[in-house]
Design a protein around this ligand. Sequence first.
Ligand SMILES: Cc1ncc(C[n+]2csc(CCOP(=O)(O)OP(=O)(O)O)c2C)c(N)n1
Length: 895
Amino acid sequence: MDMITPEHLIRQLDIDEQETAEWIDALKSVLASSGPERARFLLSQLSTTARDAGLNWRDARITPYVNTIRPQDEPAYPGGSDALTIEERLAGIMRWNALAMVVRANRAYGELGGHIASYASAADLFEVGFNHFFRARSDDFGGDLVYFQPHSAPGIYARAFLEGRLTEDNLAHYRQEISARSAGIQGLSSYPHPWLMPDFWQFPTGSMGIGPISAVYQARFMRYLEHRGMLEAQPRKVWGVFGDGEMDEPESLAALSLASREKLDNLVFVINCNLQRLDGPVRGNGHIVDELETLFGGAGWNVIKLLWGSDWDPLFARDANGELVDALNRTVDGQLQTFAANDGPFNREHFFGQSPGLKAIGSMLTDDEIDRLKRGGHDLRKIFAAYHAATNHRGQPTVILAQTKKGFGMGTAGQGKMTTHQQKKLELSDLIEFRDRFKLPLTDTQVENLEFYKPAADSEEMRHLHARRATLGGFMPQRAQVGVTLPVPALESYAAFALDADMKEMSTTMALVRMMGGLLKDAGLGKHVVPIVADEARTFGMANLFRQVGIYSAQGQLYQPEDIGSILYYREAKDGQILEEGITEAGAISSWTAAATSYSVHGLPMLPFYIYYSMFGFQRIGDLIWAAADQRSRGFLIGATSGRTTLGGEGLQHQDGSSHLVSATIQNCLSYDPAYAYELAVIVDDGMQRMLQKNEDVFYYVTVTNENEAQPSMPAGARDGILRGMHCVQPREDADVRLLGAGPLLKEAMAAASLLEGIFGVKAEVWSVTSFSELARDGIASERAQRLQQPYDKPWITQQLQGSDAPVIAVSDYVRAVPESVRAYVPAPYTTLGTDGFGRSDTRAALRDFFEVDAKWITYTALAELYAGKKSAEEMREIAGRLDIDLGKVLSTQL
Ligand SMILES: Cc1ncc(C[n+]2csc(CCOP(=O)(O)OP(=O)(O)O)c2C)c(N)n1
């Protein structure tokens, strides 16, 4: 076959072999006499000399396409060859049960889907972890954390079945969660989803890229807790098993440098390099392993290549002139896949047939042995050696690049096939071949019926499996649902200034930061508060917290900050409390999720506040928030500088008018858009009560603004309405119109009420809507209960507005769809105003006029509703003239 050789793999011609040999001998002799440290020193001296001489030389990041760990450096396998044999049998059983689960589900219902090939390639990687490395949480050990490759979920269920944690009934309800529930059985979710299996899965990984970035920040958060003295420092590990295709996601690579910068040697990535993704090869024309080696190595990780199984060792030993290694260096992934998909004779002819030297090496093996040559990720001994090296490595995170075959053992129908990712059905002959390949004690009929196989309780396999897990502290994965509470300070202790604001001027952002400052000082709760920012702390007036609680830095502060003389100096500290993530919203939300799930992951509740530009939240990192919701996060997301017309000059890309639309779609997210500091205080208090005291799996999204306003004190009896979504702030007997103002536009509604009364003699009542989404949810629940003949209360918004036909006008600094969400529950004519369209840079006044949401437009809209059918077009134009608004104005979405 004709293959193109990448330039960097071509051997340089040696113009003086003797000189080369002398240099190599010199190095070997230093190694032998003085050891590796000295050898490293000399090499770095050589490199410095080369640089000084202007050689501009640097070591190629890519090493040859062979294992990093030499056979002579491999540790003995624990339990020896007996354990190896048993564990190989166990891996075969897991593979079978996983396969049977998927194929059965799809025999019954072809639409259910599921994957066989991913786990078939990853089974050994998982099994070595489960048998020797993944330590469960126990009374005196916090436990390792494992992010499982999502499409391998069937294999994890298969193991839990052997462990006795799942039954045949559970397995029979793979991907049938709803029908399982009606049968009183726990169904098995497609991928790891804590929401659906709250005792089982800890971390959702189904959306590619989320696992890797989350694992890095999880490892970092563990260090943060240790450095702050909140968690005992223990040699715990965070493991992440991910796909090689998944590494193309930006999030997968986004946090690599953070991991090495912070020396996260508690982190191990295992990349299952089966060289394929869904459609085809990950890098058909190159080596994904080389690419990842460069990326991870360049980012400062310890890289371990685990490419070839033990049966390759004698072949490499025979490869005196490097011909075999050269051939592997040259063989691109697309070709390696073809070799995986074909049998021994094909590989003999096309791989070993490339040269007489290779042919000679190939002649050491029978066709069958060539067919069975293992890749590193299928060899328990090699995997153990890699994991052992990774867990003992200090000062850097480790990545293991484990080469496997996708669909390993799925025979001619699946292994290495382009289509293997989505294969969910196998012919009987393939199933029989699979049984034989993994020596499963099943009859043909049992195979045909896809019977699950569980060895007898006293069998070698089961005793071994249980003994190993007992040694490692119990079963995994397991999610803790412990109820741990934290004391919630009295509202007055940190928010008295907001409750009794007495028309003092402040923005809701300032109010929030001041409340946080108070909470941080609280003797009981304070140290559990985790302020998180993505390089915007100064924007939000949080600089005072730098000094108060410090910015977390694993290294402390190795420099004298420029502003050391100021009382608010930039203070980094090893026990700092603020997580200052830099410009990475994806990283910051990953930190938030780690903190927001600490109550379950570490049995240590924390209270994270992630404060960010609201536009760069749900819109930009919505999927990470969705995953946080799945894992039952508890904490506050604070969308600051919010509101399309309130942020002012920042323009199109910064002005958020849609986040509330998205947040409303997350059922355990309570969203609020408060207008006043006292509303914010009540919301923060409620959040803490529900999350920290009542252990509810909810989180809060609260938008705050940077617009200074006169803040009123809290009226009596307002709490319930604030939390349910609306309360009356300016009651009016016999009102002609009702104005609903949300967040920063409440004041425009108030001003409109004055215009209506002052200029037009129209009586207007004003309501503050703190949450359209809560009002809508309440409406939906009430409407449904009524339809289903269940007991129900009228929706809160209906209760508040009933008893009058006066038109209702709602105004929001978000798109109209937000206030539209409650239309069905408003018992009077209803009109909405919102900020649809692209934002732009201008003053708040100009923006509010442009989007038709200011006091004048609200006034005009109210009058237009009130006078509908009563006043002529001419009269309405005259009203517009008095208000100085342009009825010929172009719609905001058309500009
Ligand atoms: C964000 C996202 N995009 C796309 C998918 C669909 N998807 C699921 S698995 C897969 C291929 C995975 O390939 P790889 O990471 O190499 O894992 P393998 O199954 O080959 O082990 C794709 C594209 C997804 N789950 N998440």
